[in-house]
Design a protein around this ligand. Structure first.
Ligand code: FO1
Length: 319
């Protein structure tokens, strides 16, 4: 079976680990990764969501953090601080720097982000085909108002430096309007037997992927059933700042609101946690098949169960 998943960072990567455990050798998984979180630092291009998927599935992730490398050291970061070169608030470890050096060297040599990602995955062997959503530069910025006034800041500054402590007034995927889907993205969606929306951030991860012209349309037009899993349980995100960015797009932080935000034109099925059993009827009334199953990714087996439930729902809604 050909499975395509639109994935963001930590939640998406953890779900994919369970999906891999749930499928068989005859199944192939293509991941369309969010690149809106990308940030350019010290002349290097850092791709947090692509790296989190690659490290998590490749066995190099710092498990508790969900980002960056395991067994990390911070000598470069300390030396940069001695030179007074920031930003101090974004923690790049020595091992992680190697990824950004190889990526940036290849990009400078003229390779596309897709080619770079494929090359990095030769080492990490994630067990999925990892495609960036686009080879063009897209960077998510967040409009905020604080004592310095109203301005747009990079998503990483909003999340890592400010910890999403101020309201997000707007989410702006800078460059999305002129970006093109990366090679293979539209073809994978058209050929898919199932399309999954993991429990990633619906606005800044999956929403940003859908903001690349052509991708939302390709998902909606795909013959494959589209099934998503709620990143919100009991009215709160399991981790991260989905509640803050959902507010920016006028959606409540509920499992139901996220489903309706995607809409029945885009998704055919939606999994909510058993804590949100009460929202099943409303989601179904919106034309989206809905089931309540345990959605906490406590370990790989629990996540594999979620993946099996999503694949089962996909078969039930397959037209
Ligand atoms: N998240 C943090 O909370 N603090 C950090 O210092 C940090 C550094 C970092 C470096 C590389 C990388 O790939 C990810 C990093 N992240 C950090 C996580 C990142 O902000 C998020 O994983 C995604 O952008 C959101 O999904």
């Amino acid at each position: 079976m050909r499975i395509v998943a639109l994935a963001g960072g930590i939640g998406g990567a953890r779900f994919l680990r369970g999906l891999l455990a749930a499928v068989g050798p005859q199944d192939e998984i293509t991941v369309i990764g969010n690149t809106g979180d990308d940030i350019h630092l010290y002349g290097l291009k850092v791709c947090p969501d692509l790296d989190t998927v690659m490290y998590t599935l490749g066995g190099g992730i710092h498990e508790e953090q969900g980002w960056g490398r395991t067994d990390e050291t911070w000598s470069i970061k300390a030396e940069m601080k001695e030179y007074g070169v920031g930003p101090e608030w974004f923690g790049l470890g020595d091992r992680d720097f190697a990824t950004h050096l190889v990526r940036s060297q290849m990009l400078t040599a003229g390779y596309s982000l897709s080619q770079v990602t494929e090359a990095l995955c030769v080492r990490w062997k994630p067990g999925v085909r990892l495609l960036p959503m686009s080879d063009d530069r897209v960077e998510t910025h967040v409009r905020i108002t604080d004592e310095q006034g109203t301005r747009a800041i990079h998503f990483q500054e909003y999340w890592v430096r400010l910890h999403a402590a101020v309201d997000a007034e707007a989410i702006i995927p800078v460059g999305a309007d002129t970006a093109k889907p990366a090679p293979g993205v539209l073809e994978a969606l058209a050929a898919a037997d199932v399309i999954l929306f993991p429990p990633s951030n619906p606005v800044v991860s999956i929403g940003t992927i859908l903001a690349v012209p052509g991708i939302r349309e390709a998902v909606a037009a795909a013959p494959a059933p589209v099934v998503g899993l709620s990143p919100i349980i009991g009215g709160a995100p399991v981790r991260g700042m989905a509640d803050k960015v959902l507010a920016a797009v006028g959606a409540e932080a509920t499992a139901e609101a996220v489903a309706l935000n995607y809409g029945s034109a885009l998704i055919d099925g939606w999994l909510v946690d058993t804590a949100d059993q009460a929202s099943v009827a409303a989601v179904e009334a919106a034309g989206i098949a809905c089931r309540a199953v345990p959605l906490l990714m406590t370990d790989v087996e629990a996540t594999a169960e979620m993946a099996r439930a999503a694949l089962a729902l996909a078969e039930q809604v397959r037209k």
